[in-house]
Structures are given as C-alpha cells and as structure tokens.
Design a protein around this ligand. Structure first.
Ligand code: NAD
Length: 247
C-alpha cells in the first residue's frame, strides 16, 4: 500500500496506459483524479478505481487548455483534499511525412503532448512547493530518444518532455519534489492499433526481450517512480521497452 493517503492526478486516464496507471496507483491506496477529454471513458476508469475502494474524481478536460488545467488542479485539491502525484500521460499522434505535415498537425501534437505537461506541472507545483512534497512522472516515448520517420511532431514533443523533465527536476528538487520520465516502447493500445502489422512485427524483432510491452509494464514503472522508494531519483528517463533503445 505504497500510496495510502496519497492523491494522484493522471491525464489521459480514460483508457490505455493512463487507465492502467490509475488502477495501479489505486490498488496501492491512492485516490485518483481521472482527467480525460473523453468523459465517458473517464467515468468508466473512475468506476474501476471506486471498485478498488478508493475515491475517484472525474474531470473532463482538454489538457492543452490553460484554464481547464488550472480548474482541474483546483478541483482535485478541493475535492480529494491534496495533490501528491501528477502523471502527465495524455498524448496523441498525427503521423505524416514532413513534406505533407500541416501546421495544425504539428501544433496540435506539441500542444497536447508537451504544452499540457507544462500547464499541469505549473499548476500542480504551486501546491507541491507549499507542501514540500511531490512526484511528477511524464510519459515520453522511445521515439523521443531514437526518432521515427513520419513522427517529427510526436518525436519533438516526446524529446521536449525529456528536457522539460530534467529542467524542472533541477528547479524543484530542493523542495522534496521529484520529476522523472518514462519512455515506453511499443505498447498495444488504441493509439497503436492503427499501425500496420509489419511495424508491430518489426518492433518485436528489434526488441531483445522478444515481445511488445503491456500497459501494466508501464504502470509498474510509473508506480515505482511515484513511490517513496524512488525518493532519491530525479531527472531520469526510465525506458520500458524490452531493451529496444539502449542509451
Ligand atoms: P490512448 O490513445 O489509448 O490514450 C490516450 C488518452 O489521452 C485517451 O484517453 C485520450 O482521450 C486522452 N487525451 C488525448 N488528448 C487529450 C487532451 N487534449 N486532453 C485530455 N486527454 C486527452 O494512448 P496510450 O497508448 O494509452 O498512450 C498514453 C501515453 O503513452 C501517450 O502520451 C503516448 O504518447 C504514450 N506512449 C504510448 C506508447 C504506445 O505504444 N502505446 C508508446 C510510447 C509512449
């Protein structure tokens, strides 16, 4: 029960990796603010959290909207009583070769994947600084480390998250707040189901551990970084990719 008495806000927790993180933290005692653009999915995740005996707050919000983010953080603190853990997980892809990429495809991916982490962290850190405690985990990607043709927008957002993680870790470390990133490899979710079978097979072939990851693999790493066991770890990028990318 590593998260007994803790409150976690998880963005993009309506499905996929975000939902798995919400359930993993709830299993170990956390009360959870489930933030997602999709209200129905957020409500389903919240029901699963409540089935585990924890409190859940549903917040339907666009995490790239500054006012919505501030409101989400305020609501979490008011209704769940505190905010100890922030997981910046919401993310999208708009894959396209650069010569065909529209301005909107670039901006949207940067806004949802990177600017959202700035907005959520800024709002959460104000509270965490006062409490002298906080855990922030940003969900990056192996694509942010190694690059991927057709994903210049996505790779830039995910590499940006790594620089953001390290800088914020230096800024707030003296106040008991840690900031780390997790870089998942290929994880079957709705986000990746659109990818061709050959790409899936190629990912398995290139992975030393010989399989794709699961949402639980990622959630376990997030739980570790969000726990007090990781209290001397900050500014790090933990790859959860079966050895696909070795730094
Ligand atoms: P997913 O599409 O299943 O889930 C993403 C969730 O984010 C959805 O519930 C969606 O509604 C929500 N979301 C999207 N835009 C939002 C916005 N503007 N405001 C609030 N919520 C929003 O994807 P996933 O595979 O679970 O991915 C989760 C994170 O993990 C993403 O950041 C993704 O880039 C990252 N990631 C995924 C993989 C993978 O292989 N699946 C690999 C590396 C990194």
């Amino acid at each position: 029960m590593r998260f007994e008495g803790k409150v976690a806000l998880i963005t993009g927790a309506g499905r996929g990796i975000g939902r798995a993180i919400a359930l993993r933290l709830a299993q170990e005692g956390a009360n959870v603010a489930v933030v997602d653009l999709n209200g129905d999915n957020a409500r389903d995740t919240a029901d699963l959290v409540r089935n585990l005996g924890r409190q859940a707050l549903v917040i339907q919000a666009d995490v790239s909207d500054p006012d919505a983010v501030q409101h989400a953080v305020n609501q979490t603190i008011e209704q769940l009583g505190d905010l100890h853990i922030l997981v910046n997980n919401a993310g999208i892809t708009r894959d396209m070769l650069i010569i065909k990429m529209k301005d909107e495809d670039w901006r949207k991916v940067i806004d949802v994947n990177l600017t959202s982490a700035f907005l959520c962290s800024r709002a959460a850190v104000k509270h965490m600084l006062r409490k002298r405690y906080g855990r922030i985990v940003n969900i990056s990607s192996v694509v942010g480390l190694a690059g991927q043709a057709g994903q210049t927008n996505y790779a830039a957002s995910k590499a940006g998250l790594i620089g953001f993680t390290k800088s914020l870790a230096k800024e707030v470390g003296s106040r008991g707040i840690t900031v780390n990133a997790v870089a998942p490899g290929f994880i079957p979710t709705a986000l990746t189901e659109v990818l061709p079978e050959e790409q899936r097979a190629a990912a398995i072939a290139a992975t030393p551990l010989g399989r794709l990851g699961t949402v639980e693999d990622v959630a376990n790493a997030v739980a570790f970084l969000a726990s007090d066991e990781a209290s001397f770890i900050t500014g790090q990028v933990l790859s959860v990719d079966g050895g696909l990318v070795m730094q």
